[in-house]
Design a protein around this ligand. Structure first.
Ligand SMILES: *Cc1c(COP(=O)(O)O)cnc(C)c1O
Length: 471
């Protein structure tokens, strides 16, 4: 597969380069495959959906062809995914796609674990260890740390701001042993980022240590997220006859979005033949993309803090990839969009629980409410010609091609549950009056000893630590 660049279509590189460099330093653009091969009909039309790992292998194959042999790829997938996504019916026309059954209870495990193993494979050809540096304000660090934990030839140093992450988050970051270490920096998240960035541009340091990042824009985190869209849409299509008795229902996937990596992966799955008719781009008050879809003007801004804080992104990087794949006109025909403010998020958790008995986390709750509002009248109102106001929470005034499938009740929704609700227990408790049950893998981490090393907010001290501990 040839990889090109969102900013320069003449760029032409391989998977290895795209993965190991993360982004194109020369153009500032993001790598993107030159094409998204459609899977053959004999695979897509199977009478019962193949298992998750089989789908993962089939979908990954064209993107690594010629660079990772089939038996190695099969090993990477087996090792990356000892867990699977789960589909939970919430009512006759709504399914939750639970993506939190991995090690850190968030969907980022799917991308990070695949990337870690691909990097390890490529690094086998080198003599030296590869050192991953990651600054985190909370969740990304634990997904990356956990993904690389025990992976050969690599180690990870996580920097997080001391006293600025929740207790559970801190435990998830600071209790690793072996090849993953955490530094608690006396400073802010921005200070952590600055230390990492300075290290990357320090040529004397880079002569001694091979450094890399594990950024969410890495193509090796994006591609594997497409696997669960294919899996879920094929499983739901299988179940339609039994569950809702609507023949050929349109499948609409509602995606809680921040940096829009997850939704871009959905677009990739659709290009490859996943039976998905359309998407709902659901956000919190960081509504850059819903505004773009409503007005046609893309206006990046500073992020604002919300209860769904993993989506607090004002300038989503994957806007570039979505625009490289489809025109604005096509996006408007494919996407409905929707956003909620903080009051709306609490109401969404509460309403979902009341109507379905399901406890959603603040991110998944936005996606659920978007689908639920839309099918209960919001789309009908839009089709009736009522001028919506995009500056108010709710469904954005944009009518996708598939709107009539919703109003004529010929559609079903898949709602992405991106995190376990226990990770956001105080917000959930505020909404429904009690905390969700804690899964054992989260409860256990609370009992482990904190191993984080205190670090001054000073580059010289940080550099000496790296040289003393990583060499
Ligand atoms: C990162 C994250 C998101 C947003 O995903 P993007 O790919 O950045 O759009 C949503 N929910 C949770 C729980 C997350 O951790």
């Amino acid at each position: 597969m040839i990889y090109t660049d969102t900013r320069d279509k003449t760029v032409c590189t391989d998977f290895r380069t795209a993965v190991m460099s993360g982004m194109n330093q020369k153009t500032g653009g993001l790598y993107i495959p030159e094409s998204f091969p459609h899977l053959e009909q004999s695979f897509l039309q199977r009478t019962s959906a193949p298992p998750f790992r089989e789908i993962a292998f089939k979908m990954a194959q064209p993107y690594v062809a010629g660079e990772i042999p089939d038996d190695e790829l099969a090993g990477i997938i087996e090792d990356a995914y000892p867990f699977s996504p789960k589909i939970v019916p919430l009512d006759a026309v709504t399914y939750a796609l639970e993506l939190f059954h991995g090690h850190t209870c968030a969907f980022k495990d799917f991308g990070a674990r695949f990337m870690a193993r691909v990097m390890s494979y490529f690094n086998k050809l080198e003599n030296d260890a590869l050192h991953i540096l990651v600054a985190t304000s909370g969740d990304t660090g634990s997904a990356v740390g956990s993904a690389f934990h025990g992976v050969q030839g690599l180690d990870v140093t996580i920097l997080y701001p001391e006293g600025k992450v929740s207790e559970l988050q801190e435990k998830q970051l600071s209790t690793f042993t072996g090849n993953v270490r955490a530094l608690k920096v006396a400073g802010s998240f921005d200070d952590c980022q600055k230390l990492v960035k300075t290290a990357f541009t320090d040529s004397t340091l880079r002569k001694k240590l091979r450094l890399s990042s594990a950024n969410s824009i890495n193509i090796a985190r994006l591609l594997p997220q497409s696997f669960y869209y294919m899996f879920a849409s094929m499983c739901v299509r299988d179940r339609l006859k039994i569950d809702c008795k609507i023949e050929d229902a349109a499948i609409i996937v509602s995606v809680p979005s921040g940096n829009f990596g997850n939704l871009t992966s959905g677009l990739i799955a659709r290009e490859m033949g996943a039976p998905i008719t359309g998407f709902i781009a659901a956000t919190n008050s960081n509504r850059t993309v819903p505004d773009w879809i409503a007005t046609g003007v893309y206006n990046a801004r500073l992020s604002v803090e919300t209860y769904a804080n993993a989506m607090d992104v004002g300038a989503p990087s994957n806007y570039e990839r979505m625009s490289a794949m489809h025109s604005l006109d096509k996006i408007r025909r494919l996407f409905a969009s929707y956003w909620l403010d903080n009051d709306g998020i609490l109401d969404a958790i509460r309403t979902c629980h009341l109507r379905t008995g399901y406890i959603a986390d603040p991110h998944g709750a936005i996606a659920w409410k978007a689908w639920d509002d839309m099918r209960r009248g919001a789309m009908e109102t839009l089709l009736g010609g009522v001028q919506g106001d995009y500056t108010k929470p709710g469904l954005t005034p944009n009518v996708p091609d598939w709107a009539h499938c919703v109003t004529e009740k010929k559609s079903v929704g898949i709602v992405l549950e991106t995190a376990h609700p226990a990770k956001f227990n105080s917000t959930v408790a505020r909404a429904i009056g009690r905390e969700p049950p804690m899964p054992s893998r989260l409860a256990e981490v609370l009992l482990l000893p904190d191993r984080a090393v205190p670090m001054e907010n000073d580059y010289g001290t940080f550099k000496s630590w790296l040289l003393a501990n990583l060499l």
